[in-house]
Design a binder for this molecule. Structure first.
Ligand code: DGY
Length: 321
């Protein structure tokens, strides 16, 4: 009997390919770049399983041209890059990796928050450029974190994990979510707020909401105008939740203090992106879940999902439609 065929959209360590090769033949895209849609269509056309990442556009076109496809497993918690409706219509299962990356992404969110509040990259650049003259009373003054008000937009797993960290800094925590999260409130002391109230009162605003039609450009020019001039804005969810032009403007015009960004509207961004011309931006290349342990767990879970899908078993984490 011929083995099923799996297309993997990134180079993977041997332990992972060996695990999958016991049950499938593999085609691996050997570049650390997103597979363009045309190539994705071509390479998925013969596949029974697709192991992808956040960067591949798994469109209706890809799915409809892959008659054997049984399982799409993304090595990510977010699956906005996958056309779930088309997958359902074609009976293709979709899996993602919630849970394993919660704490790691919350750590990174907090790291960005602190870096943007205390202007760490800017301060380090001064040393690199050999411009550190002397201790200067008002150089690199930033915003206090301890005792400040944190606003979390999107109180899912990662939102709650960020709230827990905020407790250690004695922060007051406001959150906004589609629905009240009473258990999270009890566990973290977070208080529900309407979006406007949160935008007006928070010193730190973290977007941790998934990319959906409802959250598209949720944070726009009007939202930035409502924020404090000292506000620090953090986004570790998806770039589509923010109107990037409005963000550039808000940072340039001093409507907010700074921003810490791990995600962008169109990734990857180049060095000529307007956000990078601003000294009050800390920008990272979408590394929220990038700890060695977490990425190993995500890859392993994704491989398990592929095998489950190929065998017609129920998925440990099926993407909720
Ligand atoms: C996710 O998992 O959705 C992240 O954005 C990538 O780690």
């Amino acid at each position: 009997m011929t083995k099923p065929h799996v297309f993997i959209t990134r180079p993977m360590p041997h332990w992972l390919t060996e695990k999958l090769e016991q049950e499938a033949t593999l085609d691996v895209w050997n570049k650390n770049e997103a597979v363009p849609e045309e190539e994705l269509v071509r390479r998925t056309a013969e596949a029974d399983g697709l192991f992808c990442t956040v960067s591949e556009p798994v469109t209706r076109n890809v799915i409809e041209q892959a008659p054997r496809l049984k399982i799409i497993a993304t090595m990510a918690v977010g699956y906005n890059n996958i056309d779930l409706e088309a997958a359902e219509e074609k009976g293709v299962k979709v899996a993602h990796t919630p849970g394993v990356l919660t704490e790691t992404t919350a750590d990174l969110t907090f790291a960005l928050l602190m870096a943007a509040a205390r202007r760490l990259p800017e301060a380090m650049d001064t040393i690199r450029k050999n411009e550190w003259g002397s201790w200067a009373p008002f150089a690199f003054t930033g915003q206090d974190i301890y005792g400040a008000t944190l606003g979390i937009i999107g109180m899912g797993r990662i939102g709650e994990a960020v709230a827990k960290r905020a407790g250690g800094f004695d922060m007051n925590i406001l959150y906004h979510n589609r629905s009240r999260k009473r258990e999270a409130e009890e566990r973290t002391g977070a208080v529900y707020a309407e979006l406007d109230e949160l935008l007006e009162q928070a010193d730190f605003i973290c977007v941790l909401a998934p990319a959906t039609p409802e959250t598209e450009k949720l944070i726009n020019a009007e939202a930035f105008r409502k924020m404090k001039k000292t506000a620090v804005f953090i986004n570790t969810s998806r770039g589509t939740t923010v109107d990037e032009k409005a963000l550039v403007n808000a940072l340039r015009e001093g409507e907010i203090f700074s921003a810490g960004l791990d995600v962008f509207e169109n990734e990857p961004i180049g060095a000529d992106h307007p956000l990078l011309s601003l000294s009050n931006v800390v920008a990272l290349p979408h590394i929220g879940s990038a700890s060695e342990k977490t990425r190993r767990q995500m890859a392993d879970m994704t491989a398990d999902h592929i095998l489950q899908g190929l065998h017609g078993l129920s998925l440990t984490h099926e993407a909720p439609g």
